[in-house]
Design a protein around this ligand. Structure first.
Ligand SMILES: NC(=O)C1=CN([C@@H]2O[C@H](COP(=O)(O)OP(=O)(O)OC[C@H]3O[C@@H](n4cnc5c(N)ncnc54)[C@H](OP(=O)(O)O)[C@@H]3O)[C@@H](O)[C@H]2O)C=CC1
Ligand SMILES: O=C(O)C(=O)[C@@H](O)[C@H](O)C(=O)CO
Length: 278
């Protein structure tokens, strides 16, 4: 299956759906990642803090695909936001992955109380110039965090990966990203443990299009223009989650799913102004 791509603001191409790798680990993770690549995923999302960059790199090699056909993305953890620490962090990621370059590297969380995310961003800008990272972006950034790094460096992130699922549809942040030319990526795109598969807005659309509730939610993500990165350890679900380009939700179906959003819809209170991860 060939996956459509978006052109990012730096001219590079990002697959319209990717594979989330948290919390896959150890030998089993390698097989799971190979099965995802065989299912057709090309974008693999990892992070230093997932502790599985080695496994992702092994999966890339075991897939037998040429490196340039895969799109590998990782993230700098909060403890590495100082400029030199961020540079060392990216070198560490490349070493663990066993790759010569990353397609995309993100700042994982802004950690505003530490107040060093601008330094981490400067490091990413320089690493991109050196060719170690092809595209650079952020995760869990609010409008204020985005505007600060853009104002202080003149460089706009290509993507902002944020929590986005039917109970937390991020209407405002999607507009914030779009107005700055930043592509939104959705983490926990299905809603993880709280996936709203039984909600009538989802179940009715699934019945109408003869697809699964998971496919409806991921298709909703695609039609919002956000890039979902669902995780599944199950090959059948991996394949089903990718098979969302052969049907289209109506405007009414889209609106009904977005209307499931609620103010307390975050999965674990991950408000980037207050939730910090090191
Ligand atoms: N930047 C950030 O701060 C964050 C980034 N992430 C990224 O986002 C990725 C995805 O998020 P995640 O939290 O895993 O949540 P998801 O919304 O992807 O849900 C994953 C869960 O749903 C199950 N599942 C997957 N497909 C289906 C299906 N078709 N039907 C029923 N159940 C299904 C999986 O189980 P099974 O494996 O058994 O199929 C798993 O338990 C992560 O892997 C990570 O890469 C996540 C959190 C924060
Ligand atoms: O998966 C990620 O990228 C995270 O940031 C996680 O640590 C996330 O915060 C989580 O799953 C907490 O339960």
């Amino acid at each position: 299956m060939s996956i459509p791509t978006y052109t990012l603001n730096d001219g590079s191409a990002l697959p319209a759906i990717g594979f989330g790798t948290y919390p896959l680990k150890d030998d089993e993770a390698v097989g799971t990642i190979v099965s995802a690549i065989e299912a057709g995923y090309r974008l693999l999302d990892t992070a230093v803090n997932y502790g599985n960059e080695h496994e992702v790199g092994e999966g890339v090699r075991a897939s037998g695909l040429p490196r340039e056909e895969l799109y590998v993305a990782s993230k700098i953890p909060g403890r590495d936001h100082g400029y030199d620490d961020a540079v060392a962090s990216v070198h560490g990621s490349l070493e663990r992955l066993g790759l010569e370059y990353l397609d995309l590297h993100l700042i994982h969380w802004p950690n505003p109380s530490v107040d060093k995310y601008v330094e981490a961003w400067r490091a990413l800008v320089d690493l991109r110039e050196q060719g170690l990272v092809r595209s650079i972006g952020v995760s869990n950034f609010t409008a204020a965090h985005l505007d600060r790094i853009i104002d202080e460096t003149g460089v706009t992130p290509t993507v902002n990966q944020i929590e986005l699922h039917p109970y937390f549809p991020q209407v405002e942040m999607r507009e914030v990203n779009e107005s700055r030319g930043i592509r939104t990526e959705s983490w926990s795109p299905l809603g993880k443990r709280q996936a709203p598969f039984a909600e009538p807005a989802v179940a009715d659309a699934a019945a109408a299009h003869d697809v699964t509730p998971g496919q409806v939610i991921l298709r909703w993500q695609v039609q919002l223009g956000s890039v979902p990165i669902p995780k599944s350890a199950t090959p059948e679900r991996q394949r089903a989650n990718l098979d969302v380009f052969g049907f289209e939700l109506s405007d009414a179906e889209m609106a009904a799913i977005t209307a499931l959003g609620r103010p307390d819809g975050r999965l674990f209170g991950g408000d980037p102004d207050t939730h910090e991860e090191m």
